[in-house]
Each structure stands twice: as structure tokens, then as C-alpha cells.
Design a protein around this ligand. Structure first.
Ligand code: FRU
Length: 546
């Protein structure tokens, strides 16, 4: 098959070709952002995994270096899998801990350590694996085929000051588990008998664990070793192998007991996700240059493997997001890093435009295949009485609710939102929208955010799931905002200032390049006002020489 090269993303992180998956060891070092990722140097399918390495001054323009880690020792002969960096205090330089596969057929997993050959090289071009590898092996009943993805280490009380987590599974159901290991020197690691936390979810891949500031300045992040306290909560994130999404809880870390307790006991039913779409194996790092915590996540393709081979590439990284704790303390907020705004070029703005029930308006004057759109919507508070009632059977299941109440199903208040990557005849369009439901007695209205790609392409051989999450916002004043980063075969959307995020991969067959259009639509019975919409064309950054 022939895939249109204009579907390749323009400003998302990608190497020139081949397969990529998890982000690894993101860090800031001597004025440079470092980014490593799982990479197949030999093709557009998963396999032959090495750590590719790129560097950047601004997280937007990237220069590719030689792979940092390739199979070279018994402990990683069959693959250098995911891991993390810890930048040691007092100029000690960075350390990488990563999973190595040391047995071909059963994927037996161990944890290795690697150091820069030269800590004064800001580009950290060469990495050395000491001969004492592997430094952590699966012992004491741990399943050796489900034991991977060490986190960034943090410091705590006691002589074995360094701690990190390794993701695993235990029991027959099985439970997802995050084991804690402690060390003085990154060489001898000892497991704490009880895991930091576990839940009946299946294997936990790519755990991440970090402090967030409660009541701190908006968007401020904390260094990974900041201890818990009255103004410091912790976040534990896990990637669910079985469900393929990243969920997290906010809770309390008890360093002496080496235990973590989610604030909401129902949290482990994976109510909260970083992203309700295609976003997996993510990892954060603390950026000391701007005192923020940044989230990287991998977005897989949702075309066919044959298409990937034909394209010669598969996988992108989502635009890095700043993450911080919502003032409610109940969830995180996420927003594309401010640096992405440097790519904004020609723009167009609509103001106070009413979209009548059942109508749509095209946003003209710029090209929108590669664009950034920010919209503020307003419905009159009195119109909220006309919202649909929520079927109690679907009240907790956003995904099923959106599968039933798709963009083309007429509503009361909403569905309203954007049609992105749409063709001129609107036969192709991806809908990103909100839908409001009547509150249960005394409660606030329920807001659902969805991405509906079912009409995104004429190509029949695509995976086109609707994605959805609830938005924990008070819409009683009638206002809600939406931002979408559109980039040829991806749309990344942020509802209500980053409360709910959805990334979706789409592969239009008509709405490609100059033929991609942008609309605001309202398929409800209440009028919706666009108080303001600005859309920018996005420039192409320097991207790994592609
Ligand atoms: C997650 C993952 C990790 C593993 C890596 C291998 O996508 O399966 O658990 O380390 O990918 O590429």
C-alpha cells in the first residue's frame, strides 16, 4: 500500500525513520535537554531495541546523536529496554538505570546501570556499562519475565539513601506491583520486602513516582527527592500492560515504611488517566532550568503494521506537557510546554460567534493540517436546564458513554467542539467535543469530553476507537475551554485548561496537507457561543535531521 507522506507529523518528536516506543531517561544536563527512547534501528516494527538519543535546547528543536545504549553485555544481549536517569547532586553527573534482557526466548529481565564516559560533555555522547552489571536481578519469587522499567531514584532517610521502583506483577490474577530497591551507590541494591504499592490491575510497566506541590505556584514542579509534608503530595503512575493506558493516583508517601497510600481508595480502579486516548509508557522529569515537571508519553500508530512498513516509520512522542497538582488536590493538570508556542505562525481569530443548534462554522484564512487551536466556549447558564439526562448505567464509563453518544448523536447542551483534519465536503472529520449532562440532585452538571475519529478517513483498515473522559469542572457559569494541537496524523486535546486530555491518531485520505480544514460545530439543541477562538499555523522545527 502507499501511504501519503503528508501524514507524517511536522512538529512532534520523531526520528527520520523506523519504530519508536517508550520515552527513556529524560533529563536536563548542563544547558541541554536529553531525550532517549526505545528504537528499532532495523525497521518500522518493534524489535532489536536500543536507546536512541537526541538533544535539544528548547524541547522542540532536536538533534539526533548516536544511540546511547545498545546490546553489548550479557545483561542486555537481547535488548536495552526502558529505564530512567537520576542526576546526582553536587555535580556527580547522571546515572542511567535500565532493563536488560539477558535471555532470548523467555525475556528474562534484569536491571543494569550505565554512566557517562565523560561527565563534562554536556551532550553525554558516550555511555559506559560497568562490569558489575546487572545490579538488580529477579530474586525471591519475582517473575523474571515481568520485572522492568526502573524509575528515577530519589533520596530518603538512612544510609541506603537512594530508592527506585521496578514495575512487576505478582500472584495469579495478577496484581500490578511497584517494588522498592534501596542503595548507597547505585551498585548494591536491596529490595524492601513489601512493595511501595500494588493493585489488582495486571502488570505495571513503566512506573513513575514523584512529589507535587499542594497549594504551590501554578505549574511549579518539585525535584524528585523533595520529601512528603503538609504541602507535598506524591503521584504514582503506572502503565497498564493489559489496557494500554497510563493511570495515576495522588496520595501520601511514607518514606520510613516505604509505602504509598492513594488519597482516594477508589483511585486504583484507574479513574484518573494522564490521557484518555493513545498515550503510553510515559515518564516525567524535573526541569531545574524552569522549575517545572515535564511529562513525555509515547503515541503508537493506529493504522496497520503493513502501513507502518510502507511508511517506514511508526510511533511518535506526544508534545511534552508541564504537569502540576490541581488546586483541588484531586488530580493533575497538564499543559503543552510553553516552548511549543514559538512554533506559532500565521493566525486567525473569531470572537463572539454564535453557533446555532445544528450548525457549524469553518475557520478559514490559514492552513490547519499543522495547527494549534485555542477556543473558549460559552453556553447560557439557563440553557443548561436543557442538558440530557445521564443514563445511570453509563455514569462511570466515559468511554462507553462516548461510544453511544457520538459526535453525530444530537444532544441538548452539546455535543459542541471542533472538527479537525476535515475535508471540504466534511465526509472526513475528527470530532473533539464536549457534551453536558444534567446533574444528579444537588450536584454539578456532568461534562464529558470525547474524540470521535469514526469519520476520520475513507481508508477502511484503521483502528478508530472513540476516546473519552469526564471533565471535573464546574460548568454552571456556562464556560469551558478547549485546546487542540493538530499535526497531520495526530490531534492532542486539552479540555478545561488541562483537566482532561485526549490524544488520537488519525489518517485522513482526503483531509491531507492543504486540503485539511477546521470547523466549529454544535450538534446540540442549545446555542453555543465561541467567545474567542485563535488558530495558528505551526512551523516545522529542526527534527533529528528529517
Ligand atoms: C512498554 C514496554 C516496557 C519495556 C519496553 C520494551 O511499552 O513494554 O515495559 O521496557 O516497552 O521496548
Amino acid at each position: 500500500s502507499i501511504v501519503n507522506p503528508l501524514l507524517r507529523t511536522g512538529y512532534h518528536f520523531q526520528p527520520p525513520k523506523n519504530w519508536i516506543n517508550d520515552p527513556n531517561a529524560p533529563m536536563y544536563y548542563k544547558g541541554w535537554y536529553h531525550f532517549f527512547y526505545q528504537y528499532n534501528p532495523k525497521g518500522a516494527v518493534w524489535g532489536n531495541i536500543v536507546w536512541a538519543h537526541s538533544v535539544s535546547r528548547d524541547l522542540i528543536n532536536w538533534v539526533a546523536l548516536e544511540p546511547a545504549l545498545r546490546p553489548s553485555i550479557p545483561g542486555d544481549r537481547y535488548g536495552c529496554w526502558s529505564g530512567s536517569a537520576t542526576v546526582l547532586p553536587d555535580g556527580g553527573g547522571p546515572v542511567i538505570m535500565y532493563t536488560g534482557v539477558d535471555h532470548p526466548d523467555i525475556n528474562y529481565q534484569v536491571q543494569n546501570v550505565a554512566y557517562p564516559k565523560n561527565v563534562s560533555d554536556p551532550l553525554l555522547r558516550e555511555w559506559v556499562k560497568p562490569s558489575h552489571n546487572p545490579v538488580i536481578v529477579p530474586e525471591g519469587g519475582i517473575n523474571a519475565t515481568q520485572f522492568r522499567d526502573p524509575t528515577t531514584a530519589w533520596r530518603g532517610p538512612g544510609p541506603e539513601q537512594w530508592r527506585l521502583l521496578v514495575g512487576s506483577a505478582a500472584g495469579s490474577s495478577p496484581r500490578g506491583v511497584a517494588y522498592v530497591y534501596r542503595s548507597r551507590d547505585f551498585r548494591r541494591w536491596r529490595r524492601v520486602r513489601r512493595p511501595l504499592h500494588s493493585a489488582p490491575t495486571g502488570m505495571w510497566e513503566c512506573p513513575d513516582f514523584y512529589p507535587v506541590s499542594k497549594g504551590g505556584a501554578p505549574r511549579a514542579g518539585l525535584e524528585t527527592s523533595v520529601p512528603p509534608g503538609p504541602r507535598v503530595k506524591h503521584v504514582l503512575k503506572n502503565s497498564l500492560d493489559l489496557r494500554r493506558y497510563d493511570y495515576y493516583t495522588v496520595g501520601t508517601y511514607h518514606p520510613r515504611a516505604e509505602r504509598y497510600v492513594p488519597d482516594d481508595p477508589a483511585g486504583d480502579e484507574h479513574r484518573l488517566r494522564y490521557d484518555y486516548g493513545n498515550f503510553y509508557a510515559s515518564k516525567t522529569f524535573y526541569d531545574p532550568a524552569k522549575r517545572r515537571r515535564i511529562l513525555w508519553g509515547w503515541a503508537n500508530e493506529s493504522d496497520t503494521a503493513a502501513d507502518d512498513v510502507a511508511k517506514g516509520w511508526a510511533g511518535i512522542q506526544a508534545i511534552p506537557r508541564t504537569v502540576w497538582l490541581d488546586p483541588s488536590g484531586k488530580q493533575l493538570l497538564q499543559w503543552p510546554i510553553e516552548e511549543v508556542e514559538a512554533l506559532r505562525a500565521k493566525s486567525v481569530t473569531l470572537k463572539n460567534r454564535v453557533i446555532k443548534a445544528g450548525h457549524h462554522v469553518e475557520v478559514t484564512g490559514i492552513q490547519t493540517a499543522q495547527a494549534d487551536v485555542e477556543v473558549s466556549f460559552e453556553v447560557s447558564p439557563s440553557a443548561l436546564a436543557g442538558a440530557e439526562t445521564l443514563d445511570p448505567a453509563l455514569a462511570y464509563d466515559a468511554e462507553r458513554l462516548c461510544g453511544v453518544k457520538r459526535a453525530d448523536v444530537r444532544g441538548g447542551v452539546g455535543p459542541f467542539g471542533l472538527w479537525v483534519l476535515a475535508s471540504a465536503n466534511r465526509k472526513e472529520r475528527t470530532a473533539v467535543f464536549f457534551r453536558v449532562f444534567k446533574p444528579a440532585a444537588g450536584d454539578k452538571p456532568v461534562v464529558l469530553m470525547c474524540t470521535d475519529p469514526t469519520k476520520s478517513s475513507q481508508n477502511p483498515n484503521l483502528y478508530r476507537p472513540t476516546f473519552a473522559g469526564f471533565v471535573d469542572t464546574d460548568i454552571s457559569n456556562g464556560k469551558i475551554s478547549l485546546r487542540s494541537l493538530i499535526d497531520r496524523s495526530v490531534v492532542e486535546s486539552f479540555g478545561a485548561g488541562g483537566k482532561t486530555c485526549i490524544l488520537s491518531r488519525v489518517y485522513p485520505s482526503l483531509a491531507i496537507g492543504k486540503d485539511a480544514r477546521l470547523y466549529v460545530f454544535n450538534n446540540g439543541r442549545a446555542h453555543v457561543k465561541v467567545s474567542r477562538l485563535t488558530a495558528w499555523e505551526m512551523k516545522k522545527p529542526v527534527m533529528n535531521g528529517a
